[in-house]
Design a protein around this ligand. Structure first.
Ligand SMILES: [Zn+2]
Ligand SMILES: [Zn+2]
Ligand SMILES: [Zn+2]
Ligand SMILES: [Zn+2]
Ligand SMILES: [Zn+2]
Ligand SMILES: [Zn+2]
Ligand SMILES: [Zn+2]
Length: 1754
């Protein structure tokens, strides 16, 4: 350890040595030498180890300073050939910068992409460029960068439009691409080349150096010491905790140091954890390896010689230096590129850049980051070398990927991650495909890494080991690369490109072949499968490849020659997979209705079947493209159409669809969930495009080239239904003989599914190429069908639609055509509603509906029709015509087998009773008939001549069935129309018959000359209409009755569940009614002005108040001697009104809360839900909760949303969080004595005498303990004021239970407010109660003011009740406290205004909040008054106290009034001259006392204005206080908003309107007081020191202002660094919405200890900023966080919405977000109402998972 101690000395000694070094001399030496590398190495060998790595605590700052001086400065000098300060500036000026922005993104920085103009989603702009671009008015997407990557501004290939922002717009003059070297002198180029060559080689050598103790030749240090580092390397295997634990053991460090080590290792990839001699370091290494090697690969540790580490450190610095100097000149950058890419002595691929790339996976994170940065700022910024680099990158691609797969670092730390920068450039990608065969290389590399195959060569994920699974995960990034390459389709094809693309396509088909038929399943019969087979890997692969498969098809569609070749190749591949598809399967012949076909005997339910058929599906896609591109019509001779074997094409897709049907039918139950999941994904929006949709297309392709009868027979056979429909009387036989219900049920479902399949094959024509539609029609139809289910938000729709490789759904283009947008309110989100005219496009059997969707949509659409008074038939919609290639599909509808199927089902429906029939089966048959009729009508209408139409469904269904005895389909329909058991389908059958007859008419009309037979028709129709109307009316009545019964039933259910609650609610309503009547005080003389305070105050008699206990439902009188009734209440500390968040409660045990500072820095707030209980009922309830909680904790160890140990509980009625109860008290009986009352000065004198007497008495009592006997003598000494009897102990008017509750609430307020242990004896208990009363009133007053509500009458009942109880409690709490204690409080309070020699340390006037003082004085005066029998009234005392405190407040306001601003005096002048003069006079008096301390006053007008506006909040609070204290109703004018509030308040408070009369009327008394106030040292210093003075009225606190555009917040957060770990980016930057502080949340680095526990930055912050309550915005997540205490929290929707009225929590969608002021106000209101904790409680009750989160770590 000697080295460590000497460490401090070294730098100083070294400094002088280094300072002597002249950069110039060194550089000149280098300029002259012929052996530059050797000279430089000599220099580095000598100085690098002297500067870097000299001790255990690396001190980068001094190192960097010295390095700059001794090492980098000579380099600069050499490069410039002169003083770098001059040379570099010259370079900069001569430079013509490129038009690329190239800004490299920091983690979390916002990036913007334009959804209209970006070539692909990876093209992004930095904020600066974005704001100066055209795209800010386009549809853009905003995301946060994961770090790395750069701004694409200026890259013309990245943007279809607007590639330059204003800043990077090129000048027209230098539009031509110039050689950047042209700007540099040859000398400079030569020097740059030389120095770059040496230094880059040095850096590369050092970073890739693998020996721990030796250095490369030429760098060996002159002297070598025994100093080593024990270097710990990062891996992704061990957790933070493991590393921390191990380090503590291995190197004997504290937890804190270990955390810091681990953080650095994680960030930089390595960190030395020990410094010393070799032995010492080796020890640590052994311990670490031993400790971490038990379960897994041990952590990597190396013992490295200090000189090696030193050179590596400097190597990194060199790379940074290179990056820095090339920033001066594009020419230098080109030189560096040349140096980096030129081949070394080893030839091919031996350039320095190659060397680095090939060592990439061996380097530590920090080194990788540095050189990746350099690559980005050099090679990728130079257009010429970007291309050369791309070629090198592609050449090494396979090797780099293999290294990456073996490496365990995330991809963002791998050089392979640069692929996004290269492959997404279309011209580069194209070049790499043709020159380097990139496409095939990527695909082959990928396939190569998945070697585990089954005997047929297919992938086999099932048997994967953990290692293989890991590899599989990593190798998936290759698919991403392939996507980049394919993302922009070529517009022109060269022969070379065709050749190479098709080579890539071959490779791709090889991949597809490995997937075709993988993971096959076999139906499990008998017992359930033992183990769920692995299925996810195969689906992951499918999902990842989905877009690739689609893109492959798009490329093919782009060029007809490619399409034809690809089609042939794909067909070959399919034939290869299923060559001679009778894999030993028996051929059989099927025949029906005179048709027969050969097929094989194959049962899905018995043999292997696979859901993975990518080759078939790719072929299906290409087949449709043949039609879409019309290649099939133009070049049929080039296509192998004759080779197609339709039965072979459809076989596997059909099997797959049958599998789904059988799973639905419940036949595969024993195969477990894995199969269910696979079927789910098969249809899911993420996969279906390249799975389900393509299978259906393949069926359409096959069926269109087959005899429809053959197709249907094969379908029947695969569905295993052939035997049912081929035997005519099957139904009858079946019903009698087979009683197996399960089988019948299964068959019914299979028939339904089969009918649905036929519908889809015929009806799904919305893909371009199949039907004659546009691409947007497909999207429109999807949206229409989603909105037919219900109105949806934008994000819901996006989720329901397939996204393309650019993450676009195409929705925005069409949505307005089919839907209208409804904006959200303060909650909820914006919704799209279907336009009514689009409802006719609704298809009940839409192929992307799940069963649940289908039934919801059916219900919704029927309801809609009923509402519009239409019949409820949901006939099929009109369809677009097929493309010619698929046109023959419609013949399915008139084929014999089809008609036979229809006939059979209808026949069954006619003879119900057997179980072999279902309503949905019939419904589908009717739908199919409808489709056929529409098809026929469409053909008739669109054909010019009758004989064109070959479709004759109507004729065929009019003919008798197959056995000529059986009735025709039409006849059966007519019979069914009147069948009683088919009521639901009647509308549909009627629709069919109507359509049928209309078609018949068209046929007749076109056959004959048109005859007008409208007359008969109308008669017929009116009769029918009448009939229909009548039926409809009856149905309507029935429906209404049904709905009513349903409603009643659900009502009953709810009653049953909530029986008790309902009861409560009812009683509550009664109660509210009763209290409100009880409180209608009747003033004695209604016309007199209402006075709330003073001897002449309005007398009220409160009516008897009866309330009901929510727990026992008993009624109870509120009486002082009655049983106590209590309100559930929640007491919390608050800083909501704080004007000084830096003031914190230091030591609660010694803190004296008697005076509140005017900055209101912390207070205690009391709130209540207003629910009333008996105190004993509540006590029993709370005990029960406690007991339950104890049991629960023992059993489950789970948290609840409330903390029972802290006295918390939920209100039994409304579940509102509460932590105590307030007793309800009656209005104290007013003293009736109306005798003459003393004036203020007389009264004050009396009170002073009384306090003095008490003081003497106390003193005597104290000393009485010592000198007992002479009690009587002393009594005489203290002359007692007249009528004052301190020995008279007042009688406590309250019952025992009320007294108990008084103590309970008092203790709770004390405990919570001061955060101390409960102690009912503590003298501070009453102070805290008065404080809470005052604080709560003040906060409510502010709330009412800011929300512009009238002072009285606008509070909700519960708050009124709470304030009243709180005030009356405040007035009564002295009865349970010690009298002397409270009297002492009063004495001290009064002394703040009236000097009292017995009291020391009274605060100055400017340090007291006057409203708090008023409340405390009034409420504590009771203790003095209770001894008084002289007739002094309490009312008079209240008034005098009010006057005195008001006077003090006026002085306070005047002293702190802000200087006059240029206000317009004239307008208001004249009216209040008296007041203005009086104010001026008072101010001059104050000036007299204070001298120069007081500012010059502007004018009396201004002073009076200040007083008037400054005092209003105080007057309002006082009015609320006296109203609740004395029960005097407020004047009606104060219950509305009005202008003359000031006068009204003065009147109600018995104050003169000219408040200064208070002074002028009592100058004798007040002048000395004024002098006293002004001479208080605190006042003088407060005014003089230029200290920050609070002025009145205090401005209400608001949450901080938020920017309108969310991205400016992201930007702000991205430049925020963790305050504790020097300059690191914070992972979860979080903004305090109360004070605006940015915090580094949810991270080890910023954890601090709070009350003995480690807490995160947010929790720690709440304790200073919000006394435990916090409101934050998690910027990266776009999420509001509420925290309360250490254990409670919840997330809340942010006030930022996108244009669709939705929030984006987690920032996943990336739509631009803007501030919604209403929502922000709502959050602010929650905060100011002190409802955050309550909100958290409700959230946690609603969502139990929130309870488990470790909120304190955020
Ligand atoms: Zn930019
Ligand atoms: Zn730009
Ligand atoms: Zn744009
Ligand atoms: Zn009760
Ligand atoms: Zn409640
Ligand atoms: Zn804060
Ligand atoms: Zn931090």
């Amino acid at each position: 350890m000697a080295a460590a101690e000497a460490d401090l000395e070294v730098p100083t000694a070294l400094c002088s040595d280094l300072l002597d070094l002249s950069a110039k001399d060194t550089a000149l030496k280098w300029l002259q030498t012929s052996e530059l590398p050797k000279e430089i190495y000599l220099h580095l060998a000598r100085y690098v180890p002297k500067i870097y790595c000299l001790g255990p605590n690396l001190n980068p700052k001094s190192e960097d300073l010295l390095a700059q001086l001794a090492l980098l400065a000579p380099l600069d000098f050499y490069l410039c050939g002169e003083d770098p300060a001059v040379g570099l500036t010259k370079l900069k000026q001569a430079n013509k910068p490129s038009h690329l922005c190239g800004h490299v993104f920091k983690v979390g920085e916002p990036t913007y992409s334009c959804r209209e103009c970006a070539a692909d989603p990876t093209c992004v702009l930095c904020m600066g460029c974005f704001l100066g671009s055209v795209h800010k008015d386009h549809r853009y997407r905003m995301t946060t960068s994961g770090g790395g990557g750069f701004c694409d501004c200026g890259d013309t290939e990245a943007w279809k439009k607007g590639p330059y922002c204003q800043k990077h717009e090129p000048n027209i003059s230098d539009a031509s691409e110039e050689d950047p070297l042209a700007n540099l002198s040859d000398d400079l180029i030569a020097r740059a080349y030389n120095i770059f060559s040496v230094m880059l080689k040095y850096a590369v050598d050092m970073l890739t150096w693998e020996k721990e103790q030796e250095l490369p030749p030429g760098l060996e240090p002159p002297e070598r010491e025994d100093t080593y580092y024990c270097m710990l390397f990062n891996d992704e295997v061990h957790t933070y905790e493991q590393v921390i634990y191990t380090l503590q053991k291995a190197v004997n460090c504290t937890q804190k140091e270990a955390v810091s080590f681990a953080t650095t290792v994680d960030r930089d990839g390595r960190k030395s954890v020990r410094y010393g001699d070799f032995q010492f370091c080796e020890q640590a290494k052994t311990v670490i390896v031993r400790n971490t090697g038990r379960q897994s690969k041990p952590l990597k540790v190396q013992v490295m010689h200090s000189s090696v580490v030193a050179h590596q450190c400097f190597g990194l610095k060199v790379l940074a230096w290179l990056g820095h100097v090339i920033g001066y000149s594009d020419g230098l950058r080109r030189v560096l590129c040349q140096v980096g890419l030129q081949n070394g002595p080893e030839g091919e691929n031996s350039s320095l850049v190659d060397t680095l790339m090939l060592c990439d996976s061996k380097l530590w994170k920090g080194a990788r980051n540095v050189y990746h940065q350099l690559l980005m700022s050099s090679l990728l910024m130079d257009l010429k070398y970007k291309k050369l680099f791309a070629i090198q990158f592609a050449k090494s691609y396979e090797r780099l990927q293999s290294d990456f797969v073996k490496d365990d670092h995330d991809r963002e730390y791998s050089v392979t991650d640069l692929s996004v920068q290269i492959f997404t450039v279309p011209s580069l990608a194209r070049m790499l495909i043709t020159e380097e065969n990139l496409m095939a290389t990527i695909i082959r590399t990928f396939v190569d890494h998945l070697r585990h195959r089954d005997p047929q060569g297919r992938f086999q994920f099932e048997r994967y080991t953990a290692q293989q699974a890991f590899k599989f995960r990593r190798v998936q990034s290759l698919i991403g690369d392939l996507k980049y390459v394919l993302i922009s389709r070529p517009t022109e094809w060269s022969d070379k490109l065709r050749e190479k693309f098709l080579e890539g396509f071959d490779a791709f088909l090889d991949l597809m072949k490995c997937m075709q038929g993988m993971d096959p399943v076999v139906r499990q019969v008998g017992q359930h499968i033992e183990m769920e087979p692995e299925w996810e890997a195969a689906f992951t692969l499918q999902m990842k490849l989905t877009h690739i498969i689609s893109m492959m098809q798009e490329w093919c569609a782009n060029d007809e020659r490619v399409l034809i070749e690809a089609y042939k190749k794909c067909l070959d591949a399919l034939q290869h997979c299923h060559g001679g598809f009778t894999d030993g399967e028996q051929p059989i012949t099927l025949s029906m209705c005179g048709h027969s076909v050969d097929t094989i005997r194959y049962c899905v339910s018995q043999e292997k079947v696979s859901i993975h058929l990518p080759v078939s599906r790719l072929l299906a896609g290409l087949h449709v493209l043949l039609s879409k591109t019309e290649v099939v019509y133009r070049l049929p001779e080039q296509l192998p159409l004759s080779e197609l074997s339709p039965p072979m094409l459809i076989e596997h897709p059909l099997r797959c669809l049958v599998l789904c049907a059988q799973v639905h039918a419940g036949m595969w139950r024993r195969n477990g969930f894995s199969l269910v999941n696979q079927i789910y994904y098969y249809h899911n929006v993420k996969c279906r495009v390249e799975m389900f949709d393509k299978d259906l297309m393949m069926l359409q392709a096959g069926a269109s080239t087959m005899d429809p009868n053959h197709f249907l027979m094969i379908v029947l056979s695969r569905f295993e239904l052939y035997h049912i429909f081929s035997t005519a009387d099957y139904g009858k036989r079946y019903g009698r003989e087979n009683a197996n219900k399960d089988t019948i049920q299964q068959n019914n479902t299979l028939i339904e599914e089969m009918l649905h399949l036929i519908m889809m094959v015929i009806g799904e024509r919305f893909t371009p190429g199949i039907g004659q539609v546009q691409p947007c029609d497909e999207v429109k139809r999807e949206i229409v069908h989603q909105l037919c289910i219900r109105p949806m938000s934008h994000s819901e729709l996006v989720k329901a639609l397939p996204e393309d490789e650019n993450k676009e759904t195409g929705m925005e283009k069409v949505i307005d055509a089919v839907a209208s947008f409804k904006k959200p309110g303060v909650t909820g989100r914006g919704l799209y509603e279907l336009r009514p005219e689009c409802a006719k496009e609704f298809n009940l059997y839409f192929y992307h509906y799940s069963r649940a969707d289908q039934s919801k949509a059916e219900e919704a659409q029927r309801k809609l029709k009923r509402q519009h008074g239409e019949d409820t038939a949901l006939p099929p919609p009109a369809l677009p015509p097929f493309c010619p290639l698929f046109a023959s599909l419609v013949n399915l509808l008139q084929s014999d087998v089809f008609l036979a199927i229809l006939g059979t089902v209808l026949q069954w429906a006619l003879e119900p009773g057997g179980g072999y029939w279902s309503e949905s089966m019939l419904q589908r048959v009717l739908h199919l008939i409808g489709m056929a009729l529409l098809e026929e009508r469409h053909q008739l209408e669109s054909s010019s001549e009758d004989n064109d139409v070959t479709f004759s469904f109507t004729l065929k269904i009019s003919r008798p069935g197959a056995p000529s005895s059986s009735p025709s389909v039409l006849a059966m329909l007519e019979t069914l129309q009147s069948a009683p058991h088919l009521e639901v389908h009647k509308d549909m059958i009627r629709w069919i018959l109507r359509t049928f007859s209309s078609i018949k008419k068209i046929r007749e009309r076109s056959a004959m000359s048109p005859v007008s037979d409208t007359g008969a028709q109308t008669v017929e129709e009116t009769v029918r209409d009448k009939d229909k109307a009548e039926r409809k009316r009856k149905a309507e009545i029935a429906r209404l009755r049904r709905e009513k019964i349903m409603a009643q039933m659900s009502e009953m259910q709810r009653h049953f569940i909530d029986e008790n609650k309902e009861l409560f609610q009812q009683s509550l309503e009664d109660l509210e009614a009763s209290t409100s009547t009880a409180l209608e005080h009747s003033p004695s003389s209604p016309d007199a002005a209402l006075l709330s305070v003073g001897p002449r105050r309005t007398r009220v008699s409160e009516k008897r108040q009866v309330v009901t206990c929510i727990l026992c439902q008993e009624e109870q009188d509120i009486r002082a001697d009655g049983r106590a009734m209590v309100l559930a209440a929640f007491v919390q500390r608050s800083t909501v009104m704080s004007k000084n968040r830096r003031r914190v409660l230091q030591d609660p045990d010694t803190y004296d809360p008697l005076f509140m500072h005017p900055d209101l820095s912390f207070g205690t707030h009391t709130g209540s839900c207003g629910h009333i209980m008996h105190s004993h009922c509540w006590q029993r309830y709370f005990e029960a909760v406690q007991a339950k909680e104890q049991r629960r904790q023992q059993r489950l160890r789970v948290h609840t949303s409330y903390d029972v140990e802290n006295g918390e509980f939920l209100c039994p009625l409304c579940e509102c969080l509460s932590n105590t109860v307030i007793p309800l008290l009656p209005l104290p009986r007013g003293s009736s004595s109306m005798s003459e009352q003393p004036s203020l000065s007389q009264w004050l004198k009396t009170v002073c005498q009384q306090t003095k007497a008490l003081h003497a008495l106390r003193k005597k009592e104290d000393s009485a303990g010592d000198s007992g006997p002479d009690e009587g003598e002393r009594m005489d000494e203290t002359r007692l004021p007249e009528g004052f009897r301190p020995d008279q102990i007042p009688k406590n008017p309250y019952s025992g239970s009320i007294k108990e509750m008084l103590t309970t609430f008092g203790t709770a307020t004390y405990k919570v407010g001061l955060k101390v242990h409960p102690n009912e004896q503590d003298p501070r208990v009453p102070i805290m109660c008065w404080g809470s009363c005052a604080y709560t009133i003040q906060s409510i007053e502010r709330l009412l003011h800011d929300e512009e509500k009238p002072l009285f009458g606008s509070l909700p009942c519960r708050q009124d009740d709470c304030l009243r109880s709180l005030t009356r409690f405040g007035a009564a709490c002295w009865t349970v406290s010690s009298l002397p204690v409270v009297q002492n409080h009063f004495t001290r309070l009064l002394a703040a205004l009236v000097p009292d020699e017995q009291v020391e340390n009274s605060p100055g006037l400017l340090d007291v909040d006057m409203f708090h003082l008023l409340v405390s004085l009034v409420l504590s005066y009771h203790t003095l008054h209770c001894h008084d029998s002289s007739g002094l009234s309490l009312d008079a005392a209240q008034l005098h106290l009010l006057h005195l405190v008001t006077m003090a407040h006026i002085v306070q306001i005047l002293l702190t009034s802000v200087p006059e601003t240029t206000m317009d005096q004239e307008s208001a002048g004249g009216e209040e001259e008296e007041e203005e003069e009086a104010a001026w006079f008072l101010y001059s008096v104050l000036g007299l006392h204070l001298g120069s301390g007081l500012r010059e006053a502007g004018s009396g007008w201004h002073l009076w204005r200040s007083v008037k506006s400054g005092i209003v909040p105080y007057l309002r609070a006082a009015a609320l206080f006296f109203h609740h204290l004395n029960g005097v109703p407020p004047p009606a004018e104060l219950q509305v908003l009005g202008h003359n509030q000031f006068e009204l308040l003065c009147g109600y408070l018995s104050l003169p309107t000219n408040l200064l009369q208070l002074y002028h009327g009592n100058r004798d008394l007040l002048d000395p007081l004024l002098q006293g106030w002004c001479s208080h040292p605190a006042v003088r210093s407060g005014l003089q020191a230029g200290a920050l003075l609070l002025s009145f009225p205090r401005e209400s606190n608001q949450l901080i202002d938020l920017p309108d555009d969310y991205s400016s917040l992201i930007n702000q957060a991205s430049s925020f660094t963790c305050p504790k770990s020097g300059g690191d980016k914070s992972r979860a930057p979080t903004l305090c919405l109360v004070c605006g502080a940015m915090l580094c949340s949810q991270s080890y680095c910023c954890q601090t200890e709070l009350e003995g526990e480690d807490v995160g930055a947010c929790t720690a912050h709440t304790f200073t900023c919000g006394s435990g309550v916090g409101i934050f915005l998690r910027v990266r997540e776009s999420q509001v966080l509420f925290l309360a205490g250490k254990t409670k929290g919840c997330f809340y929707p942010p006030p930022y919405l996108d244009d669709y009225g939705e929030t984006d929590q987690g920032l996943r969608r990336g739509n631009p977000l803007h501030l919604c002021r209403e929502r922000y106000r709502k959050i602010q209101r929650l905060w100011r109402q002190h409802s955050i904790t309550e909100e958290i409680g409700h959230a946690q009750e609603a969502n139990q998972t929130l309870v488990g989160i470790d909120w304190q770590h955020l």
